[in-house]
Design a protein. Structure first.
Lengths: 348, 284
């Protein structure tokens, strides 16, 4: 017998009463007889038709369907409608406007700017995060057990720092009035790029400094995950492989590219795709660093969609159209991620 | 000679390790140290890593609610309420689903798992637009119940994946032996599966806890102007961007908000990374 959870006739651990003690003899509550027999009949029906897994999946399917799947469908719907303040207030009917929202977006320079910012940000941050994380992972693998535990604990703390806290910390570190970064840069010798002109430098008022700050912030928060995943992968490689390569006279660089990288390639692929998805869609940190809406030349795609949807006067139709574009881009990358995961046997 | 070079290399690696640890820790240390500094030291022309005259003044003004007009406990209570209810709900729902996908063979099983992988990547800043309008018509805005619904559902894809691996790791033979001894499905669940999956439940709840505790977009959008309903992430950013910025208070609030998550993270560190690596992201 393989299906161990569906056993002999009786109650199944249904979603209605996960904590019910009915399975324990002697603890049966004073349930009315007809209810209990109705429940028994339902249980027999579920068993006979092999419905147990579906019953178990029902609560999660309903929650995900209503709160994740349905809103995504609605976004697609709204993006073809003139959904704005009058429609929400019920003063005017919602009308289908065809592709009007999309044609407005395509001729909107702010959309192209936000898309470009999202693309460039991901193109810079993803390689940086993967590189930093891989180097730290390789380092952790070669440190002694105590040192390795210490360094990975500190990395864990960076990972554990909530996005909101990390954002306000980095904004404070680079504050023009008392921030330690400006102070350090102003004290550094000029051949290192330092100098008095750094005193009072504002990092959040222009796109390039703001996104430099955001890059540091996202790499700081993102590299521990990569390091830990790479370390876990390294632990699966037999030590003899590396030793053999070293005896054959391979240097660390060659060994990494000829032995380690090919073996960890599936992990790197998944990490790459996950990082693209996360960094292209980064919201909380970007929202806070660019000053909580208002600096329109610093918007990435997600913030621009959010701004168009919610800033007065709200335009949920245009915001949804932008959100749909973001969603479609992310879904395309997600398909690659899912295929890579399935190929590794994740769903087995 | 050989031994010495190996020792030198080990020392070099250790120095490198300490450097990485220091760079990584620096922002967190700076947050905590700023939180204990009096205003004069925070805005001093030469910043020092440690407060010369440590003070609890920043924490006191945060806890008394000088800036926002409401004490810290109000927001801690909101955050704890939202987080705990959604953690319990999502862990229970995820356990049922995890048993289904780990223990049964049925149509749509693989499709369901793949669907979970896909929906967890949907951008929240997109879905928040539709959910805002839905919750508006349902009267769930400015309402912590709305956040609980969202947090429960949004942590499910990852919690189901994590728990699936823990359930699958319980040897079927134990359940089969119990079934042969005449134990019913409920008895097997309570006596065998649940105790063995308990560590997985802890790791999963920690994940759900961190997600709900940290969540920003939905709280920002749904809680609007009703200050008394704010959860801690919104409360922390409330200080920031409102005229003169009081960094001492922000860092104190941020410290109070961050420390519980870090404590949790370190306690279940190993489980967490195993779970995340093998469950949600990389199965390798």
């Amino acid at each position: 017998m393989v299906r161990t959870v569906s056993g002999p006739p009786g109650r199944i651990p249904g979603p209605e009463d996960p904590a019910s003690p009915a399975g324990r003899p002697g603890h049966r509550g004073p349930a009315p007889r007809d209810v209990s027999s109705a429940q028994q009949r339902a249980a027999v029906f579920i068993r006979r038709h092999h419905l147990t897994p579906y019953v178990l999946l029902l609560p999660s399917a309903v929650a995900i369907g209503l709160l994740l799947f349905w809103p995504t469908v609605q976004i697609a719907e709204f993006s073809f409608q003139n959904y704005g303040l009058p429609q929400v207030a019920g003063q005017a009917p919602t009308q289908w406007v065809g592709g009007a929202n999309f044609s407005a977006i395509l001729s909107d320079p702010e959309f192209w700017l936000s898309l470009r910012i999202s693309l460039i940000f991901a193109a810079v941050v993803v390689p940086l995060t993967l590189l930093t994380g891989t180097l730290v992972g390789l380092l952790l693998n070669r440190l002694g057990p105590k040192m390795s535990a210490f360094v990975s604990s500190t990395a864990m703390l960076a990972w554990a720092t909530p996005a909101v806290s990390a954002s306000v910390i980095f904004i404070w570190l680079t504050d023009p009035d008392g921030g330690v970064v400006d102070w350090t840069l102003s004290k550094m010798p000029s051949w290192l790029g330092g100098g008095a002109h750094w005193a009072g430098f504002s990092w959040t008022n222009a796109p390039l400094p703001a996104y430099t700050l955001l890059t540091a912030l996202v790499v700081w928060q993102g590299f521990p995950f990569v390091a830990v995943a790479v370390l876990a992968g390294l632990k699966t490689i037999p030590a003899e492989l590396h030793e053999a390569a070293r005896v054959d006279g391979g240097g660390s660089w060659r060994i990494f590219w000829r032995v380690t990288y090919p073996l960890l390639k599936p992990i790197f692929l998944v990490l790459l795709l996950l990082s693209i998805i996360w960094d292209f869609g980064v919201f909380t940190q970007a929202y806070l660093v660019t000053g909580e809406l208002g600096n329109r030349d610093e918007y990435n795609l997600g913030i621009y969609a959010y701004d168009r949807a919610f800033t007065m006067p709200p335009s949920y139709g245009v915001g949804s159209a932008l959100a749909l574009i973001l969603t479609v881009i992310l879904l395309i990358i997600t398909i690659g991620y899912v295929r890579a995961s399935v190929r590794q046997g994740a769903t087995r | 000679m050989r031994l010495r070079s190996r020792r030198a290399r080990r020392a070099g690696l250790n120095v490198l390790g300490v450097l990485v640890a220091l760079v990584t820790l620096f922002p967190i240390l700076w947050m905590v140290s700023t939180a204990f500094k009096p205003a004069g030291e925070i805005y001093s022309l030469t910043p020092h890593p440690l407060p010369a005259h440590p003070t609890l003044g920043n924490f006191r003004s945060v806890i008394d609610g000088k800036v926002i007009g409401l004490p810290y406990w109000n927001f801690l209570k909101n955050s704890l309420f939202v987080t705990l209810v959604s953690v319990i709900a999502s862990t229970l729902i995820a356990l049922l689903a995890a048993i289904a996908v780990a223990r049964f063979k049925f149509r749509f099983r693989t499709s369901y798992l793949i669907m979970l992988l896909i929906v967890q990547m949907l951008p929240q800043q997109a879905m928040v637009i539709a959910l805002f309008l839905d919750f508006r018509s349902l009267g769930l805005l400015d309402n912590l119940a709305g956040l609980i619904l969202v947090y429960t559902a949004f942590s499910l894809p990852v919690t189901i994946w994590m728990l699936r691996n823990f359930v699958a790791a319980v040897p079927r033979e134990m359940e089969e032996a119990a079934a042969i001894d005449g134990a019913g499905p409920m008895r097997i669940f309570w006596r065998i599966l649940l105790p063995l999956v308990a560590p997985g439940l802890v790791a999963t709840s920690v994940f759900a806890f961190i997600f709900a505790w940290n969540e920003f977009i939905f709280a920002l959008t749904f809680l609007g102007t009703d200050t008394a309903k704010y959860t801690l992430p919104i409360y922390v950013t409330y200080f920031y961007g409102r005229g003169t910025v009081d960094w001492g208070s922000i860092m104190a609030a941020s410290t109070l908000f961050t420390i519980p998550v870090m404590a949790f993270f370190l306690i279940v560190q190993r489980r967490m990374t195993n779970g995340l690596v093998t469950g949600a992201a990389v199965k390798g």
